[in-house]
Write a protein that binds this ligand. Structure first.
Ligand code: COA
Length: 195
């Protein structure tokens, strides 16, 4: 239900969505800010480092999205990818976004996030750079999102299309999941369960 309302607001009433997001960020920070500041990742894939998106130049993130092929966005439309939208996310305390950077090359290999709500739920999403796909980074980022999400005490969810095989399989490989609901267009609404 919450997921459905969020999508309607985001797509049809974006000004109202922006206000709600800002307010949610303030409350979320009051409730979880201290836990997030005390959190550090343990499971980082070899050869990569994790950085929160607010430590990355906005232009690098925009370039990352611009570099992805059109089909990468077929099942991945969680937010805008322009400079203004990315800046808003970087400032949003309830949007726990991270990049995986290739240590050698210094480039962004993957992007992932828990979009969090102040009543204690987070919604996962991720994208792996087209040149880094099939190396296990999608699965690794799911684990990273679980680590931080469960680490601060959230319940985690995501929607995944059964047609998006890599996404579906990486969701299953990284986590125990419960199908909460079958959605239209072959999508599943999953709750991610702690190990
Ligand atoms: C979904 C996505 C994040 C997966 O990332 P990835 O790093 O390539 O995936 P992994 O290497 O971790 O592989 C995960 C699983 O999918 C399988 N897989 C990977 N690519 C595949 C492909 N093209 N076709 C079929 N299976 C594939 C792997 O074998 C693995 O399965 P296993 O765990 O059963 O062995 C990546 O394809 C992507 O960024 N897609 C575009 C954005 C998107 O759709 N995001 C998800 C929606 S939120």
């Amino acid at each position: 239900m919450l997921y459905k309302i969020a999508h309607i607001l985001r797509d049809k009433l974006s000004w109202l969505w922006d206000i709600i997001e800002w307010f949610n960020g303030v409350i979320f920070n009051l409730r979880y800010g201290k836990k997030i500041r005390g959190f550090s990742f343990k499971t980082i894939p070899d050869g990569y480092e994790i950085a929160p998106i607010n430590k990355i130049p906005t232009s690098d993130l925009v370039t990352f999205f611009n570099n992805q092929p059109e089909d990468a966005f077929m099942y991945f439309r969680p937010h805008g990818f322009d400079t203004k939208s990315i800046r808003l996310l970087q400032r949003n305390k309830a949007f726990l976004g991270y990049v995986l950077k290739d240590k050698k090359k210094g480039t962004i290999a993957g992007y992932c996030f828990n979009r969090c709500f102040s009543h204690g739920q987070g919604f996962r999403g991720r994208m792996v750079d087209v040149d880094y796909r099939g190396k296990g980074l999608g699965t690794a980022m799911n684990k990273i999102l679980n680590e931080v999400g469960f680490g601060i005490g959230l319940r985690l969810f995501e929607s995944v299309s059964k047609d998006n095989v890599a996404s579906y399989r990486s969701a299953l490989s990284a986590s125990n999941v419960k199908v909460v609901k079958e959605l239209p267009h072959n999508e599943l609404y999953l709750e991610i369960l702690p190990d």
